[in-house]
Ligand binder design. Structure first.
Ligand code: ACO
Length: 199
């Protein structure tokens, strides 16, 4: 997705984690060309909103799951990662993907049908631009998030995964045969083995 401003000056790396303040966490705030931080925040908010809307369209949702205001409202519990192509658009860059994760309090059943209350890391929104799907971009973004969160995908709950995401998880992480739930979340075997203890 292209924008009418230079993305390479506001996103210092190919994959960026966006902070609650709508700035990349690895932005060198002392660099002279980053003087106008409020303009950068405004532009990144616009990028997050636009990608959130595109993700909602791709999933046939009436409302976007991701927006700058929703990230702020969850005061640090939700994290957005963006994948940038820094050489596209004649060097202005384009935004290729968005991934939002965050902690949620959930009631989830184990394979035996026992209900557990957990405060779990969740995959909340995941989108790669239509022009770049099935070319490894989603995997690059997802792997970055896993390293950053220091967590295996089997320990995460996935909010209403699309058929494409289910195929993605089966292909790369051997996650299939979900444990049935009464809510929209999907979990796999191994979910309760690690950090997802009862609250
Ligand atoms: N049909 C079936 N499987 C697909 C498709 C598709 N159209 N697109 C991606 N996949 C799966 C397959 O396993 C595919 O491997 P294959 O091509 O060998 O069959 C694999 O993903 C490709 O991996 P990547 O190229 O790394 O993934 P991609 O860059 O396409 O990103 C994503 C995956 C984010 C699911 C992307 O396809 C997308 O944005 N889809 C539309 C929006 C969406 O469904 N998002 C998930 C919503 S649910 C949630 O966010 C919690």
């Amino acid at each position: 997705m292209e924008f009418d401003f230079d993305l390479t000056t506001i996103f210092p790396t190919d994959i960026v984690k966006i902070g609650l303040d709508m700035l990349p966490v690895n932005l060198d705030r002392t660099a002279t060309h980053y003087k106008n931080l409020s303009l950068i925040q405004q532009r990144i908010s616009h990028v997050v909103d636009s990608m959130g809307n595109a993700s909602a369209r791709a999933q046939d949702l009436k409302q976007a799951i991701t927006s700058a205001s929703k990230v702020r409202a969850h005061s640090g519990e939700h994290t957005v990662y963006l994948l940038i192509d820094r050489v596209a658009e004649h060097g202005l860059g384009s935004v290729v993907g968005l991934l939002k994760v965050g902690k949620k309090n959930l009631f989830l059943m184990d394979r035996q049908g026992m209900q557990n209350e957990v405060y779990s890391m969740c995959i909340l929104d995941f989108y790669v631009h239509e022009s770049r799907q099935r070319s490894g971009c989603g995997r690059a973004l997802f792997e970055y998030m896993l390293k950053d969160q220091e967590m295996g995908p089997q320990f995460m709950a996935i909010d209403r995964p699309s058929p494409k995401l289910l195929a993605f998880l089966a292909k790369y992480y051997d996650l299939s045969n979900p444990i049935p739930q009464v809510n929209n979340y999907v979990i796999f075997d191994g979910f309760f083995n690690n950090n997802n203890k009862e609250c």
